[in-house]
Write a protein that binds this ligand. Sequence first.
Ligand code: X6L
Ligand code: MG
Ligand code: MG
Length: 161
Amino acid sequence: MSVRALIGLGGNLGDVRERLDAAIAALDALPGIAVLARSRLYRTPPWGQTAQPDFVNGAIAIETTLPARDLLEALLATERAFGRIRDGERWGPRTLDLDLLTYGDELIDDERLTVPHPRIAERAFVLLPLADIAADAVLPGMGRVRDLLGAIDTHGCTPLS
Ligand code: X6L
Ligand code: MG
Ligand code: MG
């Protein structure tokens, strides 16, 4: 039994492009995860805490045999392997952020995990890369990626060459 999941990637410290390439390869190498597609990478202005460097963001589609909770743990372990330090600063700069956006068509909402990620529909830095690989995907309870993207402002977000 395998499930298709969508994962958002980002970072804004050091050589993010190189790190995202390496992180995607590391995820693909894990037992139970196969990368199906990857988006372009985008330079995006920082949201939330705006006094920090621009981000590089992307997205991947994977096929996985891992339960959602195990997949989340694999993402967090990969963040740590690529230098992510969670020091309590909520929206601060980071080397690598891996967000579980969707897990099949499941709706999950517990203390560890909320899927689909509740803020996808507002965020150009998530929807732009998602539209590269899953424009026709319907995010459970939210709508089609293409339609969500059409409803927001994407200015300031540009594909890396
Ligand atoms: C008001 C208050 C408006 C808070 C927005 C938005 C907070 C996004 C946090 C917000 C608010 C976030 C990334 C980022 C972060 C990223 C870009 C977050 C968590 N992560 N900006 N800011 N890319 N461009 O991956 O998403 S911090
Ligand atoms: Mg994030
Ligand atoms: Mg995160």
